[in-house]
Design a protein. Structure first.
Length: 83
């Protein structure tokens, strides 16, 4: 990423999950390899935190939705087995 790219980053909430995860991987790789200019270090680190928080929010939301659907699946299973 360049300085100009940092100035016009897409809001994390607008990224698809895979797109956000790929950006996070790229940030981590650049940090691990020491490829980030010291002037951009905080910007990249904050972006990585924003992505992690957004991905965590999405995962928790998906889990809650799946958990809410489980009683319906259980009910279907009971209807099929005749219990």
């Amino acid at each position: 990423m360049t300085d100009a790219a940092d100035d016009r980053q897409i809001d994390v909430s607008e990224l698809g999950y895979a797109q956000a995860a790929a950006e996070l991987d790229a940030i981590i790789e650049s940090l691990d390899q020491g490829l980030v200019d010291v002037d951009l270090l905080e910007v990249r680190f904050r972006r990585a935190i924003d992505i992690v928080e957004e991905l965590d929010r999405r995962i928790r939301g998906a889990k809650e939705r799946v958990d809410a659907l489980m009683p319906r699946l259980d009910a279907i299973g009971q209807d099929v087995s005749g219990d």
